[in-house]
Design a protein around this ligand. Structure first.
Ligand code: PAF
Length: 309
């Protein structure tokens, strides 16, 4: 098991990718924020199957967190992550210290008017601050954006930067972050980026909990309580498929089950799986039921999609 080459600098990461391309190899890219689990590994595996060389990135992107979110306590496990990536056959890992021009010595960034982290904030008077952002208008609204309005601007900006640095042929994302996957697909299409975006199925623990780095932050009690999310989603899908339920009924059913299970619901939405627009009548539609809920301070997301009969 060969260790992946680790690059901290943009110029070195790009040189590696360009060398691979000169040799005629295709590059599969798995962007992550670290604390890797089986879900990430399934992305690496898919990248290995579809491309000649796999590059992963580990970077906790400050601009997709607001000041009152969990940037500071997001779990980290660098050595363990590198071991897992080596075992999975990853050729290179990009681990930059920062991807944004910063003012002074600040490492975490400062807060903008909308609550998002802007590293080297222009409004703090730094003429050299990062001030270029990528956003996708409509798909980035609703669902997760309702309580995290800064999130997709931060994700689209960092993913664009990573694509420019790694120059992959294909990039692999988990469909647990369903809206993120759709938003990135749209960004790539609209901006003619030469990257194929691949959305991979959610990986679940044996008891049904969707795999997430944030699961590690759950208390033992909340870890048990959080199982109500996947149970509620499975029951709702079965209900919809067997009895042609309407969207409002499904939405109420899932929200009630999560509240009864001890979660604080952020949102439960029944939407069209392509446009992410709310649905009322389901028959014949490709449906997504998407959920975000807090257990303690930990915000978990999950979803199911299906074709309604
Ligand atoms: O899904 C994630 O882990 C992050 O949002 C991503 C895509 C790596 C961007 O920071």
């Amino acid at each position: 098991m060969a260790s992946p080459q680790v690059f901290k600098e943009v110029v070195d990461m790009r040189a590696f990718s360009r060398e691979q391309r000169r040799e005629g190899k295709t590059i599969g890219f798995v962007p992550t924020m670290g604390y890797l689990h089986e879900g990430h590994m399934s992305l690496v595996q898919a990248a290995r199957q579809q491309c000649d060389v796999v590059v992963a990135s580990i970077y906790i992107n400050p601009t997709q967190f607001s000041k009152n979110e969990d940037f500071g306590v997001y779990p980290r496990s660098e050595a363990e992550d590198l071991r897992k990536l080596a075992e999975a056959g990853c050729a290179a890992v990009f681990m930059p210290a920062s991807l944004y021009h910063q003012s002074g010595s600040s490492s975490g960034g400062s807060s903008s008017a909308d609550g998002s982290m802007v590293v080297g904030a222009a409004e703090a008077g730094d003429p050299d601050a990062h001030e270029t952002w990528v956003s996708v208008d409509h798909l980035s609204q609703g669902l997760c954006a309702k309580s995290r309005p800064h999130f997709f601007k931060g994700v689209c900006t960092v993913v664009t930067k990573l694509f420019h640095i790694v120059e992959p042929d294909a990039a692999f994302f988990g469909r647990k972050d369903y809206q993120q996957w759709r938003v990135i697909e749209r960004m790539v299409r609209d901006l003619d980026m030469a990257v194929r975006v691949v959305g991979m199925p959610i990986q679940r623990e044996a008891d049904g909990l969707a795999m997430s780095s944030r699961n590690a932050m759950l208390s033992t009690e909340d870890r048990q309580r959080s199982l109500c999310i996947s149970r509620a989603l499975t029951e709702a899908r079965e209900h919809a498929v067997a009895q042609a339920a309407d969207a409002a009924t499904l939405q109420q059913q899932v929200a009630a089950a999560i509240a009864a299970g001890g979660g604080r619901v952020d949102y439960v939405e029944v939407v069209d799986a392509q446009s992410l627009q709310p649905l009322q009548e389901l028959p014949g539609r490709q449906v997504l039921i998407a959920v975000a809920a807090f257990f303690g301070k930990v915000r978990l997301i999950d979803n199911v999609d299906f074709e309604a009969p």
